[in-house]
Design a protein around this ligand. Sequence first.
Ligand SMILES: Cc1cc2nc3c(=O)[nH]c(=O)nc-3n(C[C@H](O)[C@H](O)[C@H](O)COP(=O)(O)OP(=O)(O)OC[C@H]3O[C@@H](n4cnc5c(N)ncnc54)[C@H](O)[C@@H]3O)c2cc1C
Length: 308
Amino acid sequence: MKILENVNFAKLTTIKTGGKIPKVIFCEQLEELKMLQKKLGYIKILGSGSNIIPPDSDIDFPIVKLTGIFNSYSITPIGTDKFRVVAGGGTYISKIATTAAKNGIGGLEPFATFPASTGGAVFMNAGCYGTEIKDLLEWVEFLIESGETVRLEVDNLSFSYRKSIFHTKSYPIVKACFKVYKDPKAYEKINIYKMYRNNTKAYSQGPSAGSIFKNPSKDLSAGYLLDSCNLRGFKIGGAKIAEEHCNVIINTGDAKAKDIILLMQEMWRRVYERFGIKLEPEVELLGINKDIWKAFVQDEGKYSYSCI
Ligand SMILES: Cc1cc2nc3c(=O)[nH]c(=O)nc-3n(C[C@H](O)[C@H](O)[C@H](O)COP(=O)(O)OP(=O)(O)OC[C@H]3O[C@@H](n4cnc5c(N)ncnc54)[C@H](O)[C@@H]3O)c2cc1C
């Protein structure tokens, strides 16, 4: 186990904002994780930090990063054309998808196009190009309060759009098993998905946390609603709505969490006033950001709430 003190959140999140973390604990073994859980009671794990908006103020709890055995995976054949991938909670899915595809194994290709750890993707039921992580999952193993690991099959994990059982039970995800299959064209498919991704120019404009709000329904995208409110390029401080995609906020260099939260409030308010729809954040607002957002929504966007 390694511990770093006073780490800038900006170094651990893709949007590159946030205050200081008192301790970042790098856990390499299951026994270490069990010991930590026993000691701390509650563990906040950070995957690749690609869905998090941390506060500007320093947080008062440690952050755990999974390394060592949690960064490994195995691919085992089942019969002639099916395989099982068992991945540690800290492993980048893009890495697994790419290696599998190079070996003619397909299924995970859409996940080669964005930064997500296995734990983060399972937690979020991440998805793109018509596939959600739950579609490929067989089971997930996680740590419960008693220090035991529990394995649950996919149907028992309450998956829905960008949601899982882990939103209500804060259990560290230790490993996950994906069902994949033989596909000689898998690597070609990755390149096609990467081409689609590169066409979303917003992501190449600067650091972001992906989509800010969830789509209200399958047929109605948050991006469309926000675009209809003429929000392209709208800027507060160092945070800017991407010209190319209104549901993406770019850190133009010196954005604070405060700028991002105020911008999100402006986005929410405009959509609510014009369409009567209350957008729900897809990004996770951490620490005080969460309380600020709750108060703002409770007041139906009448007041702006800024970080202290
Ligand atoms: C450029 C870009 C493009 C993106 N495109 C997409 C997309 O197409 N589709 C999509 O769904 N998302 C997308 N995202 C958002 C993001 O990548 C996903 O939500 C991803 O699943 C988050 O994974 P992470 O490892 O970064 O998790 P983090 O952001 O680090 O954490 C997210 C949540 O998961 C929890 N968590 C992480 N690991 C564990 C663990 N081992 N055990 C328990 N809890 C854990 C964290 O505590 C936190 O609550 C994009 C983001 C970016 C920056």
